[in-house]
Design a protein around this ligand. Structure first.
Ligand SMILES: Cc1cc2nc3c(=O)[nH]c(=O)nc-3n(C[C@H](O)[C@H](O)[C@H](O)COP(=O)(O)OP(=O)(O)OC[C@H]3O[C@@H](n4cnc5c(N)ncnc54)[C@H](O)[C@@H]3O)c2cc1C
Length: 496
């Protein structure tokens, strides 16, 4: 098929706009018999109904998890998010890039529905010419799209509601959450769609341990950039978040912004993007531990570069600097400024430090799981890498089952962890890139919904067996045929 034809939808909705697209989506969903047939038996304990699945997190992964489970016929689902409505995920909080890195054509959470893609949503409102002219997706627009996704599918996110604690209760999980309803619910399964920081924490290097909080921030903090006007700013790191924060500081009028970069060269190649494919998504989880470690360690070690546009947003300022080979060894507050000491013996004075150091996956840091957080099996518990490939950060990733569920470090200590589906970035080391970034999230959701349904079905096998036996709705009514005797036999054995 010629390329232009490939990218021209049969109907562009330029006349009918979003209303037409939404009608098309409803039609497509109806043709797919959405939502799927309800098949999960109701569970209750002493009159309290048990929720089949609670999805924690209403960001992109939570939304597509909800759609995939509804497609699979689950109805008894709740979805919560601690952020206010429309502010789920990093997009309007601490993400500071102008555009997404992801190409505009990625289908992301659309779950196989063309009418649910960003492309369809954008074309319906702005037309085909604007689509052709669009380079990258502006960051706030991605949030607008996710808001539309939620609204058009009527996803009932309970906002301002944070999961505080999970404890086992018989065969179920007791979830306590804060928020408007402040309730506690019993659930069979949890889909833990808590995002990048949701299975860990921002990475805070030890060198700021004694530095007053007013003198430094992590890139995920709410930073008062206006207050940095005229100030000297140092940014640790040169990854995407470090670069975006540097750009914000420069645009706010910082006197200078200096990137302090431990490595000797700029990372320039996005290795994982280069091998992204359905095959990688489908095949990664089937690789051996050694192979999976090798892929992920290599990807971490080579580091994903910041996007070109974001880097140019910084370097177009004369007062932006990139200093390589500068591993910070100590930071001292002199009372009027920060004195930064580097491992190579050099030093720098600055007014404010921003840590573009990313997030660490560390299930043990999650307070929701209480003491059981320490029972989660991690990669470092199962795999010892060859010399030279050691990687403590990778070692802290949870070692998951192939269905996204957590495993216990010591069998029998917290078997309920197998009812928690880790549908977020922390699954990367075990399952690849299918529950964190935009490209593979629908595939991940489809596999998660299938695996979760398999478990629910097996747990209710007796009920389903009884349903099979008691099902008595005839398909034939008895008037479709007449019973006949066999014809008489002839001597030769031929029918007369
Ligand atoms: C600065 C930045 C830029 C990025 N740019 C891109 C990009 O260009 N392309 C790309 O593919 N990916 C990008 N990513 C990765 C991005 O995080 C994911 O694509 C996307 O946000 C993943 O969706 P998610 O649902 O897993 O997590 P999130 O979008 O982070 O959503 C998780 C939700 O869980 C909620 N939550 C967490 N804990 C709890 C709790 N205990 N109780 C209730 N709710 C809770 C949070 O409030 C949040 O709304 C970027 C990430 C960052 C930080």
């Amino acid at each position: 098929m010629p390329e232009a034809a490939q990218h021209t939808p049969p109907q562009t909705f330029s006349d009918t706009g979003l209303a037409g697209l939404e009608a098309r989506l409803r039609y497509d969903l109806a043709c797919l018999c959405y939502p799927g047939n309800d098949w999960v038996p109701t569970h209750s304990v002493s009159g309290e109904q048990v929720t089949d699945v609670v999805i924690v997190g209403g960001g992109m992964c939570g939304l597509v998890a909800w759609l995939s489970l509804r497609m699979a016929g689950l109805r008894n689902i709740r979805i919560i998010d601690r952020n206010p409505a429309g502010f789920e995920g990093p997009w309007l909080t601490y993400a500071r890039m102008e555009t997404l890195r992801s190409p505009k054509t990625l289908t992301g959470p659309a779950f196989g529905l063309g009418a649910l893609t960003f492309q369809a949503w954008y074309r319906a409102q702005h037309g085909d010419a604007a689509w052709a002219a669009l380079d990258k997706i502006p960051r706030p627009m991605w949030m607008e799209y996710l808001r539309w996704y939620r609204q058009v599918l009527d996803v009932p996110i309970e906002n301002g509601t944070a999961l505080e604690q999970v404890t086992p209760e018989g065969d179920y999980l007791r979830l306590r959450w804060s928020g408007p309803t402040g309730e506690s619910v019993l659930a069979r399964k949890i889909v833990y769609a808590t995002g990048r920081e949701g299975t860990g924490h921002p990475t805070i290097p030890a060198f700021v341990a004694n530095t007053p909080r007013i003198r430094w921030a992590h890139s995920s903090d709410a930073i008062d950039f206006a207050a940095l006007k005229g100030k000297r700013v140092a940014v640790v790191g040169v990854g995407a978040s470090a670069i975006d924060n540097a750009a914000e500081a420069l645009e706010a009028g910082a006197a200078e912004v200096r990137h302090l970069i431990r490595r000797s060269e700029m990372p320039t190649i996005n290795k994982m993007m280069g091998i992204g494919s359905f095959g990688f998504n489908a095949g990664f989880q089937g690789l051996s531990d050694a192979e999976r470690w090798r892929f992920m360690h290599y990807s971490f070690a080579t580091q994903t570069p910041a996007p070109r546009g974001s880097t140019l947003r910084v370097s177009r300022h004369d007062n932006a600097f990139f200093h390589f080979g500068k591993a910070v060894s100590a930071v001292t507050d002199t009372g009027t400024e920060l004195h930064i000491q580097f491992a190579d013996g050099t030093a720098l004075e600055t007014d404010f430090l921003i840590l573009g150091t990313g997030f660490s996956v560390d299930p043990m840091a999650r307070t929701e799981f209480g003491a059981a957080a320490g029972d989660i099996l991690l990669w470092r518990d199962v795999y010892t890498p060859p010399a030279g490939d050691e990687d403590p950060d990778l070692g802290r990733f949870p070692y998951l089952n192939r269905d996204f569920t957590f495993r216990e470090r010591v069998v029998g200590t917290a078997p309920w962890l197998a009812n928690v589906y880790c549908f977020n970035y922390a699954s990367t080391a075990s399952l690849g890139k299918i529950s964190g970034d935009i490209p593979g999230v629908s595939e991940g959701a489809a596999w998660m919904a299938r695996a979760l349904s398999e478990r629910l079905y097996a747990e209710d096998a007796n009920t389903h067996w009884q349903r099979l036996q008691s099902y008595a709705t005839p398909e034939l009514l008895g008037d479709e045929w007449t019973a006949s005797p066999l014809p008489p036999m002839t001597k030769t054995g031929q029918v007369a």
